[in-house]
Design a protein around this ligand. Structure first.
Ligand code: NAD
Length: 498
């Protein structure tokens, strides 16, 4: 069986711990490879090499660092099809969606190509008599990223793209469920001219994560995954003196006002709720129609739309979505559907019995639709992360606004309306980090910044854009004077600008 090894100091490095994780093909349900799981000692060895490599990389001028990013972009575009195929075979998302995963990461690399401009500091000439003040952003040293299974290309690139461009070295600990593409990305970075040791991929589970969170040489940790782990990573990492940003789970709402274009809404909702089998942190698993008529109409059209959906293997170009990532995750989704029924929600479409002919052992689950979902229900409060859409009816704009605002998660939200004033007020008042107006999945472009609120993110700095640059750098401010002649003033009094 194929073994997926670590990639450290520019080389494939076999695991020494004797521990491995299974990597499935979700289409067939078979184990297709095993991935090495690192020990703390293996993690430490990688960090030492990364620390040594960082010194020279930080001294490399920013334009040269950017050139590596330009070349990396070209190589990813060259290998796009092959990368998408690997990604789909381990994750289960359809090929077009895998290309989207890679493309959204690549857009952060494009941002990183402009790093010399972004890193320019501020300068004030003549802040006092003969005094100039300037600031510079310097890299932190070794940084680390811990990533989830659902975007094995995009999220690693969010992190290492910026971190490396600003002059850090990086340890990537990708999800052990779909670890091959992250290794390919590191290999392509080497081919693009990155010096050995600047980007390292160390596979693992909690043992490797804990070793990252407590390692004295790792200065900053970026995490994306579920909220309980995100909270743990934030607490543990900050307790060990690290800068930590930890993005968590989500339960994004789509608010549908009575004046919305329902044809468009149904198409948008279908893609946003069921695309990638609902395994997106910016999916829209909750729809909130305002008013009875809107709710009834939406439900009817949604049922018809769901009938047109095709669930298939990830290489089926006609499939809307493929299998979920694991048998355990499929069972968890089915369990949430059972609980939803027990809680008293109306199961309008039940996807649990779906089975794909010829792929009966694959991790497939059909689309499900609930109506009559209420605020207090467990299935409303928690993230299901599967192809399940829940209708939560609201009677007024205020009630619709309060639902996402009061929810424990605050990643994304969307409002569908033709009323600009209502949309503007909603965007201003809603207690959520990313808002779409007639945009179902409002993942911000790379030069803006990604991050939710409440239990969707721990820490203050977002992913990518200028916020990402701030996360991976520290600012130094220099106050300079070149005196002429005699010493002036009282050296014992705090200097002020009169
Ligand atoms: P996960 O939390 O299970 O795993 C994320 C990472 O944490 C993996 O690298 C994993 O190896 C590691 N990990 C798992 N258990 C651990 C433990 N006990 N201690 C330490 N580390 C551990 O998440 P997942 O299932 O891979 O991804 C899905 C989740 O990620 C969903 O909740 C989704 O909403 C969230 N997500 C959030 C965002 C965002 O930006 N907010 C983006 C994508 C995914």
């Amino acid at each position: 069986m194929r073994t997926i090894s670590h990639f450290v100091n520019g080389q494939t490095l076999e695991g020494q711990s004797g521990r491995f994780g299974d990597v499935f093909n979700p289409n067939t349900g078979e184990v297709q490879a095993r991935v090495a799981l690192a020990s703390a000692a293996e993690l430490d060895a990688a960090v030492q090499l990364a620390a040594a490599a960082q010194v020279g990389w930080a001294a490399t001028n920013p334009q040269r660092r950017a050139r590596v990013m330009f070349e990396f972009k070209r190589l990813i575009e060259r290998d796009m099809n092959a990368l998408a195929e690997i990604l789909s075979s381990e994750h289960g998302k359809v090929i077009a969606d895998s290309k989207g995963d890679i493309q959204r990461g690549l857009e952060v690399i494009e941002f990183a190509c402009g790093i010399p401009h972004v890193l320019k500091g501020d300068y004030t000439e003549g802040a006092g008599p003969g005094i100039d003040v300037y600031s510079m952003r310097q890299p932190l040293g070794v940084c680390a990223g811990i990533t989830p299974f659902n975007f094995p290309a995009m999220i690693p690139m969010w992190m290492f793209g910026i971190s490396i461009a600003v002059g850090n070295s990086f340890i990537l600990k990708p999800s052990e469920k779909d670890p091959t593409v992250p290794v390919k990305l590191a290999e392509l970075m080497m081919e693009a001219g990155l010096p050995a040791g600047v980007l390292n991929v160390v596979h693992g589970d909690k043992t490797a994560v804990d070793a990252i969170l407590t390692h004295p040489l790792i200065r900053a940790v970026s995490f994306v995954g579920s909220s309980d782990i995100a909270s743990y990573v934030y607490q543990t990492g900050t307790a060990h003196g690290k800068r930590v940003q930890a993005m968590g789970g989500a339960k994004n709402h789509g608010i549908v006002l009575p004046d919305a274009d329902l044809d468009q809404v149904v198409k948008d909702l279908s893609g946003a709720a069921f695309g990638s089998a609902g395994e997106r942190c910016m999916a829209l698993p909750v729809v909130v129609p305002v008013g009875r008529k809107t709710g009834d109409e939406l439900r009817e059209r949604m049922v018809a739309e769901i009938e047109t959906l095709k669930v298939g293997i990830s290489t089926d170009a006609a499939a809307h979505y493929g299998p979920v990532v694991s048998a355990a995750h499929r069972a968890k989704i089915a369990d949430y559907i059972r609980i939803g029924v027990e809680e008293g929600a109306e199961l309008v479409v039940d996807g649990r019995e779906f089975s794909l002919q010829g792929f009966e052992n694959g991790f497939f689950i059909g689309p499900s639709l609930f109506d009559g979902v209420k605020k207090g229900m467990k299935t409303y409060q928690e993230e299901i992360f599967g192809p399940v859409l829940q209708i939560v009816r609201a009677e007024s704009f205020e009630e619709a606004l309060s639902l996402p605002s009061e929810h424990q998660y605050g990643n994304g939200v969307a409002i569908f309306t033709r009323n600009g004033r209502a949309a503007r007020e909603f965007a201003s008042r809603v207690n959520v980090g990313m808002v779409g107006i007639n945009v179902p999945i409002p993942v911000p472009v790379a030069y803006h910044t990604f991050g939710g609120w409440k239990r969707s993110a721990f820490g203050d700095t977002n992913q990518h854009g200028v916020e990402g640059v701030k996360f991976y750098t520290k600012v130094k401010t220099i106050t300079a004077r070149w005196p002429e002649g005699e010493h002036e003033g009282d050296a014992f009094v705090i200097p002020t600008m009169k």
